[in-house]
Design a protein around this ligand. Structure first.
Ligand code: B12
Ligand code: SF4
Ligand code: SF4
Length: 337
């Protein structure tokens, strides 16, 4: 008997899934060294108590017995966004991390959480006594390593978890279970990066530490544009948003041959988005005059910002974080002094 109905997997947007009963991350020493070398700064939530919980899933949840790990792809949205950049006559040159438009333009944390709860419910109906905890981004679990242990991919030099069939444009979400639940085990994937260094060469801020294959967090555009919003923090000397990356960054994935392979195998010419949240984001950030974006954000009340973008990933950085990013970009282009 199949553990999940293929129609459900399709409805949930699950590209692949796998099981592991290994509680300890295989790459835990690398993580500890990364933090000890301060390469994680300014992401202090990766140190202290939460670093200790990441040492083993049992430290986070003692009842842990196994995990089922899912890859929720947004590759098609990524392709559609690339098509918009290439051929929309009104595109203003700004770029957004493509996950912000995936999941119908809604915050993936909410969308995937609901899917994981539904999956958990299905499993509980079949397995009496089963308890689960979901883990999705913010929980103290090394998720790429968990997916690697479940046989779902390898760590690219850009530090992304890459799957042979799906590339790397997916979100990892998992259910930690108090029972050993295995339908079949996938083999651990080997490294398929070979001699390639495209991601390292393409990163505009030299944020990939080639020696350790980890990210120098303070230099990563993603950190600066998504995570540093609470304080008006000083940008690292290498920071640049000249490529238009005002929220997140996909550059080290765009150039990866494993993502280009997925593009080749599943081409799409579509550049239109059909969901309301997607169109609100695109109209405001990608098709409007750049200066007017800053002005409109400045004059927008917090209530209005929430009304417009409250369901999207932009709520996280808020109006203040977005304004900080756009001003930084406009200053670099000498549009704003
Ligand atoms: C902190 C964090 C960030 C930070 C730091 C990035 C980083 N590389 O760690 C910042 C803000 C920069 C960031 C950016 C992004 N993030 Co982020 N982030 C996280 C978070 C919360 C923790 C990651 C972590 O623990 N890092 C610690 C470092 C040391 O781990 P690591 O870089 O993964 O390196 C490990 C492996 O690469 C391994 N390793 C490296 N080389 C080798 C070689 C061998 C032989 C072995 C065995 C192991 C090994 O060892 C390391 C330790 O585990 C996770 C969610 C989670 N709870 O896990 C999401 C997560 C990693 N992020 C994700 C995403 C989507 C992104 C962005 C693409 C968003 C965007 N478009 O802007 C970018 C990508 C930037 C990049 N190239 O990594 C996804 C990744 C999905 C995937 N396919 O891998 C995750 C898993 C969230 C999710 N639930 O899907 N992120
Ligand atoms: S996400 Fe962008 S800034 Fe960060 S490592 Fe990749 S290319 Fe560099
Ligand atoms: S661009 Fe090349 S080196 Fe970087 S992750 Fe992809 S295959 Fe590996």
């Amino acid at each position: 008997m199949k553990i999940f109905d293929p129609a459900d997997l399709e409805r949930w947007g699950v590209e692949d899934f796998g099981f592991t009963s290994e509680s300890k991350p295989a790459s835990i020493d690398r993580y500890n060294e990364w933090v000890a070398s301060d390469l994680h700064l300014p992401l202090t939530y990766l140190e202290g108590e939460r670093r200790l919980k990441r040492q083993s899933i049992k430290a986070h949840w003692p009842e842990f017995s196994s995990a089922v790990v899912f890859l929720f792809s947004y590759h098609t949205t990524h392709q559609e966004l690339q098509n918009l950049y290439k051929s929309h006559p009104d595109w203003n040159g700004l770029k957004l991390a493509s996950y912000t438009l995936g999941f119908e333009g809604a915050d993936y944390h909410e969308v995937i959480k609901a899917r994981l709860i539904e999956i958990g419910g299905q499993l509980q109906a079949k397995h009496p006594g089963l308890e689960y905890k979901l883990t999705l981004d913010t929980h103290p679990v090394l998720e790429r390593d968990l997916a690697m242990r479940a046989g779902l991919g390898w760590f690219g030099k850009n530090s992304m978890l890459i799957n042979r069939e799906s590339g790397s444009f997916f979100i990892i979400g998992s259910l930690l279970l108090n029972q050993e639940l295995k339908s079949y085990e996938k083999k651990i994937e080997i490294d398929h990066c070979g001699q390639c260094t495209r991601c390292i060469d393409a990163c505009p801020t030299e944020a990939i530490d080639a020696k350790t294959r980890t990210i120098i967090a303070k230099d990563c555009i993603s950190t600066f544009t998504i995570e540093q919003f609470k304080l008006d923090t000083l940008a690292s000397g290498k920071m640049t948003l000249k490529e238009g990356t005002i929220f997140g960054c996909d550059i080290c994935q765009d150039v990866c041959p494993w993502n280009k392979r997925v593009d080749r195998l599943n081409p799409t010419n579509n550049k239109s988005f059909v969901f309301d949240e997607q169109n609100k984001i695109i109209d405001f950030f990608l098709l409007k005059d750049k200066n007017s974006i800053a002005q409109d954000l400045e004059s927008m009340s917090e209530g209005e910002f929430k009304r417009r973008f409250g369901k999207t990933s932009f709520l996280r950085s808020g109006k203040r974080g977005l304004l900080k990013n756009i001003r930084f970009y406009l200053k670099e282009l000498n549009i704003l002094s």
